[in-house]
Design a protein around this ligand. Sequence first.
Ligand code: GLN
Length: 568
Amino acid sequence: MKFVLVSGGVISGVGKGIIASSTGLLLKTIGLTVTTIKIDGYINIDAGTMAPTEHGEVYVTDDGGEMDLDIGNYERYLLTTLTRDHNITTGKVYQQVIEKERRGDYLGKTVQVVPHVTGAIQDWIERVAKIPVDESGAEPDVCVIELGGTVGDIECAPFIHALSQLHKRAGRNNFAQIFVSYVPLVGEQKTKPTQRAVSDTRSAGLNPDLIACRCEQPLNEGTIQKIANMCQVEQKQVVAVHNVSTTYHVPMLLNNQKLLDSLDELLDLKSISRPTARIDLGSQMWDQWVGLARGQDHALGTVTIALVGKYTTLHDSYISISKSLEHAAMYCRRKLELVWVDASHLEDETLENSPAEFHKAWHTVCTANAILVPGGFGSRAIEGMIKAITWARTKGVPFLGICLGMQLAVIEYARNIAGIEDAGSEELHPQAKNHAIVYMPEVDKTKLGGTMRLGKHPCIFQPGSEWSKLRALNGSASQIEERHRHRYEVNPSMIDQLEKAGLPFIGKDVKGERMEIIELPDHPWFVGVQFHPEYLSRVLSPSKVFLGFFAAAAGCLDEVTASVNKAK
Ligand code: GLN
């Protein structure tokens, strides 16, 4: 097993995840099997209980893990399927060590950060790195490890210690380190923060082989020279990653700087045996990637999507959704213009308190090519979302409701078409008499962490739904599998009434009890899904739900449906 450690300094949030994913992609394009691990220093066991506005979206894996959003980057770039164990947090490691201590497994020893916690981290990495993560079922050749945060963070210390020991354990030619730094432009390109960060990293026990410098504009020759001199590395060890039109160009940027050659020198990649079929697949993957990324530079037009949500202050709250829309846009060769609407601005109260916000928000909704209402929790801004749904339904504007968005579309239909005027959700309208959305019976109401209906479950297309536009994109498949994260569901005792009023539930769970998909006929695209299709959309394999929605907004749904089915 070979490891590539990606750590960072100066500031966080400058694209360590994208650099790590792009590195993984390049390794994959030469036929290697690549896995990834994300380390987070926080004490939380997982991201499940974190507010999206604070930490960004909670990403869900097939096995129902509630993960840091970087795991999403890896799956999207590398077409892999990771597990909850691919995200290591301080909380998880300590939980394991403490459980062992309580069992008496340490045989009377004093349990300490070094060697017990650091040993547990190394064992965890070595165990998880071997798990097959793609269709080949092969044990990975290379594991890319991303260390979250920046190297000076207090929580990182045990991980850094563990990683430097893992370096020793792995041996020569099996461990390479990329350090992501930031070169600010203050009149000129400033190298001092990078020098400091590299020196801190070295004294912490890591020794970067490559220094990837994020910067706004291409790095000057002089800046590269200076970083090399001051950090005692060769010039070719400095990789410049300037801002590019889309992050999908980053793999090409790294490739142009011969990242694979550098990694080959460090890891002796050529010594890894690779079946020819996998090498061919890798090079096809690369051609496809380059084609899609370049296609964006010659897009056929722009499509405006209004995302009407409640966590719009931090765009990372909906990162998988915006990425899924980008995947669909690339497939359709259109440019995506995603506009963020705080749903509370659409409510009458805002008209009274802040008319300018109200009219601005409605102008955005009314001029968008399509409307998306994403998932969420709690009652703030709900009525604003319902109003946006009424607009989309009655004006024939393409609509996609995800999880909460689907539940609200059901409530909207119940109220305005089925004549159930006070229809509501047990979560959002506890006082309402007619709950169209109710608690799922199996959910443990006493705990928040890990108690939702999570992970991958099948969804069966119902007989008689052959007219469905979403179904047409899935060819002859009678079922799909999608990832979930919810506590509430459509009230089974209201289904009949809603169906009679003209709302078809075209997808249900295996038992036919749980409603998964609604779709209105006689509408360009009005689809609500209880699951989260954004967790399974990939750059090279966009989600059909997003593809249909986006293509309807772009006016090319028939063309896209035909091309998807031809490709099969
Ligand atoms: N709050 C809703 C539920 O728990 C929707 C969840 C979501 O959108 N992820 O069912």
